[in-house]
Design a protein around this ligand. Structure first.
Ligand SMILES: Nc1ncnc2c1ncn2[C@@H]1O[C@H](COP(=O)(O)OP(=O)(O)OP(=O)(O)O)[C@@H](O)[C@H]1O
Ligand SMILES: [Mg+2]
Length: 233
């Protein structure tokens, strides 16, 4: 499938993790959102065929302040991604990597998207952050994006032998029910090594437990959406 990644985190980890050097980030998601840059000026190739990216750099850390006074402040990404030029690319999916905080940038992502996939680390404060996010999603549904769906909640850094993992998992499944994906992502060193090789774990070490888990997650998402996955198609 043809995929566009939108890096919306000022840390730019998605960009760095795919080997996009700072010099290559001439125009970024900051320009797209704050200055309504043309898509053709911000969308760049990655080393992966069919995967393109709108990169980010530290400019983005001032974006919240820079758009605060704009009356369309929550809709800027929504409108930017719906430029007529988007048709040319023929993307099947657009994945937006959000910043870690519930900022105006995150609201822009929630307004722009169809659905949200929530990674939940199996740690003590995880569920607290989740309830804040759920309130924000409710607010966005009541205002700018009534059709916003939750694609699923994915438990990551999962460690079967750890009591805390078991507790977070039990709490998440009893509170959030079917929203919690069956697939869990284990703590796996290959996942943490992959970005330093500028590769997704699926290519860095396809046989690792981490890669297998992300393939299973993709299949579960496809099954839930009733999309034939590659192996079945
Ligand atoms: N399942 C995993 N096993 C081991 N290491 C992992 C796993 N998932 C992520 N990591 C590592 O943990 C770090 C943080 O991961 P990641 O960037 O995905 O988290 P994040 O929640 O998006 O962080 P941030 O809030 O800073 O954006 C990275 O160094 C990554 O390589
Ligand atoms: Mg991140």
């Amino acid at each position: 499938m043809r995929v566009l990644l939108v890096d919306l985190d000022p840390q730019g980890n998605t960009s760095t993790g795919l080997g996009i050097r700072q010099e290559a980030r001439k125009k970024t998601s900051y320009d797209l959102i704050v200055d309504a840059a043309d898509l053709q000026d911000v969308v760049i190739e990655t080393r992966l065929p069919d995967v393109m990216i709108i990169p980010a750099n530290a400019d983005l850390s001032s974006a919240d302040l820079d758009i605060m006074a704009n009356e369309k402040r929550s809709y800027l990404l929504h409108d930017a991604l719906r430029q007529p030029a988007m048709e040319i690319y023929g993307f099947d999916y657009i994945l937006i990597d959000c910043p870690p905080a519930l900022s105006l940038l995150t609201v822009n992502a929630l307004v722009a998207c169809d659905s949200v996939l929530v990674p939940l680390q199996c740690e003590f404060f995880a569920l607290e952050g989740l309830s804040q996010l759920m309130l924000t999603i409710r607010d966005v549904r009541r205002s700018a994006n009534p059709a916003l769906r939750i694609e699923g909640i994915v438990l990551t850094m999962h460690d079967k032998r750890n009591k805390l993992t078991a507790q977070v998992e039990a709490d998440a499944r009893s509170n959030m029910g079917d929203l919690v994906m069956t697939t869990t992502i284990p703590r796996n060193v290959r996942i943490s090594e992959a970005p330093s090789h500028a590769l997704p774990v699926l290519q860095y070490d396809p046989s690792s437990r981490g890669a297998a888990a992300y393939r299973a997650l993709a299949k579960e998402i496809a099954d839930r959406r009733k999309i034939p996955s590659v192996s079945e198609a």
